[in-house]
Design a protein around this ligand. Sequence first.
Ligand code: ING
Length: 311
Amino acid sequence: MPRILTVAAAQLGPIQRADDRGSAVARMCALLRQAGANGCDLVVFPELALTTFFPRWFMEDQAEVDSFFERAMPAPETQPLFDLAKELAIGFYLGFAELVEEEGRLRHFNTSILVDKTGAIVLKYRKIHLPGHAEHEPWRAFQHLEKRYFEVGNLNWPVTRSLGGVLGMAICNDRRWPETYRVMGLQGVEMVLIGYNTPRHNPPAPEHDRLSEFHNHLAMQAGAYQNGTWVVGAAKCGVEEGCEMIGASAIIAPTGQIVAQALTQDDELVIARCDLDLCASYKETTFNFARHRQPDQYGLITARAGAIPPD
Ligand code: ING
């Protein structure tokens, strides 16, 4: 019996600064209902799915910054999402800003959770690759202050057995780095869930802007193929407070092929039936890590952060 997981990337259109969490949750519940009507087992929501992408602003008032964070998950505003998913027996990935006291101090993470069909949080991940910058850079059309507002994640990339397969998570910029997929690939991952908020315009490299959707798919397709895993990418997109973010949410097979993708930059459910057993034909042959990898040759990958060219 093939292990088919019917998955939806639940793309969200823009969330404006004045939009409250309740309106975002209501939109996500509508997508959950659509997913239920289409026999979905799992729904992937975007990164920071409860608020506007607030790292686009320089804020000095920590209370204002913290207003974009969740102190509990679920909380009263998010409980309806958990309740509906449980009622529909649908698992989901949710990205949100996590404010937590750990080791005696307040910590701020860009976090995602995986909730199973019983409503239990079965996996948590905190974003490791934080893009952008830490100080106000007024020359930019808009800021990208993830390095200011979030700490680097401290959970590595865990995977778990859930929904009949081996699932793992990443967040946004993580999807551009091969190490993200390989660490999970080395744990036998069969589906990597990734929420993202990707501004089209990248101030340090405007010449990349026209290739945004290409780079988005290229990175996820490579990660899928090179690790024999499914990859699901779900965007929060459209024009938020004047800043356009790309959609192009997609579901990618272990073959590297895009099997479904979004057509709009609004709330849109992208659905595919994913046969998890498709992973085996890559994991057992071309990407049979145990047979073909030579880790003793890969030392530079963990020994160095930046490149050191020859003299
Ligand atoms: N956003 C972007 C991403 O990696 C970015 C940052 C934008 C990088 C454009 C490169 C080009 O998709 C987040 N939130 O990581």
